[in-house]
Design a protein around this ligand. Structure first.
Ligand SMILES: Cc1cc2nc3c(=O)[nH]c(=O)nc-3n(C[C@H](O)[C@H](O)[C@H](O)COP(=O)(O)OP(=O)(O)OC[C@H]3O[C@@H](n4cnc5c(N)ncnc54)[C@H](O)[C@@H]3O)c2cc1C
Length: 333
């Protein structure tokens, strides 16, 4: 029997028994990496009463699902999730571990990398394989986004990487796909843990920027909070969300959860409307994969026009107000 190559793993994030779309995006890129390494793609499912999710993971490309269920894992806490994932990695020795760059994933990946004494590259924009050396090539912006660095982890395993939502697309779903389910039992005890959830207060409104189909974004050129109220009105009419540049966020005109870019969110809407945004590289890396980019800027040499599908040279407010009025007029019964 020939020995199998070490696997590529994806940590699956679920909430209330729903798999988060970013986990499926990671299965898509994970499958490509596994094919290049001539190995299998494993999905790691940790939680409680979530076994039923395994079939969905098979249909998105996982060939193996490693499942750990325990009441202690019914909601996320760093310690038991870290120990469980580290235990699995220690036992099965995967080559690569991909983790969503969500608040949960970022918290988890650092702890697991520390336990396993291996490297972690955060917020990657590209993943590839050096087939000859069997190394993961991880590309991400460096030096304030002035250059793209390709990082390797040659000596330690697994090679751990966090990937933001929307950097890769969800693969096509395969009907009736099957795979191997590996159930692991781990001895976890509530009394050994240092944290306990005593309540849960959901946010009044979650800004779903990453998965919005339309984003109406504003930058420094929008001039202030009042400007963002207008953008909000347009976004509402278009069933979209409001995005922002970092300068608009640091000016306090809108909260950070709306920020698009290197230190904000990565988005892929069908339409991205950019009002008064210059289009610096740190902003562009977060939105350049949008299907249609419409930019409004009074400066004809603004960098945003280099990637815009449609560009309007002019005052953002005039264009925004005209759009709002036109939509309202057309929707009048
Ligand atoms: C490490 C690092 C990380 C960063 N991360 C991010 C990030 O995640 N996201 C991000 O956005 N930036 C980020 N930045 C900042 C980035 O470099 C830019 O400074 C920022 O994106 C510029 O924001 P802006 O386009 O709103 O402002 P500006 O560059 O000041 O551009 C304002 C634009 O508005 C136009 N304008 C002015 N008035 C009007 C008007 N009336 N009508 C139409 N147009 C008008 C101007 O012509 C100009 O092009 C980062 C920087 C660093 C160093």
């Amino acid at each position: 029997m020939t020995k199998e190559n070490p696997e590529v793993w994806v940590f699956v994030e679920e909430i209330n028994s729903q798999i988060k779309p970013v986990s499926l995006e990671l299965l898509g890129i994970g499958k490509k990496l596994a094919t290049d390494l001539e190995t299998k793609l494993g999905a790691i499912l940790i939680g409680y009463r979530i076994k039923n999710l395994a079939s969905e993971l098979f249909s998105y490309g996982a060939e193996k699902v490693y499942l750990v269920e325990h009441p202690v894992l019914s909601y996320y806490r760093h310690e038991p999730f870290r120990d469980t994932l580290a235990y699995l990695a220690f036992k099965y020795k995967p080559d690569i571990l991909l983790v969503p760059a969500t608040p949960l994933g970022r918290d988890l990946a650092g702890g697991v990398a520390t336990c396993l004494e291996t490297g972690l590259t955060a917020d990657v924009t590209e993943l590839a394989i050096d087939k000859e050396k069997r190394l993961l090539l991880v590309t991400r912006p460096a030096y304030s986004g002035n250059l793209m660095a390709t990082i390797i982890c040659p000596e330690h395993r697994p090679q751990i990487t966090t990937v933001r939502p929307r950097v890769f697309s969800i693969p096509e779903k395969r009907k009736q796909a099957k795979g191997e389910l590996i159930e692991e039992k781990i001895d976890l005890k509530e009394e050994n843990l240092r944290t306990q959830r005593i309540g849960f207060i959901p946010k009044e409104r979650v800004v779903n920027l990453e998965y919005a189909e339309v984003i109406v974004a504003g930058g420094k050129g929008v001039g202030g909070k009042e400007g963002f109220s207008l953008l909000q009105e347009l976004a509402k009419l278009l069933n979209g969300e409001v995005g922002a540049s970092r300068l608009a966020v640091s000016a306090g005109w809108i909260s950070h959860e709306h920020q698009v870019g290197q230190t904000g969110k990565t988005v892929r809407p069908k339409v991205y409307l950019a009002f008064g945004i210059s289009g610096k590289i740190q902003h562009r890396v977060g939105m350049q994969n949008s299907d249609l980019i419409i930019a409004v800027n009074k400066d004809p040499s603004a960098e945003i026009f280099q990637i815009a599908d449609l560009g309007i040279v002019g005052d953002w407010k005039k264009v925004c107000v005209a759009l709002i009025e036109k939509i309202k007029r057309e929707r009048k019964p």
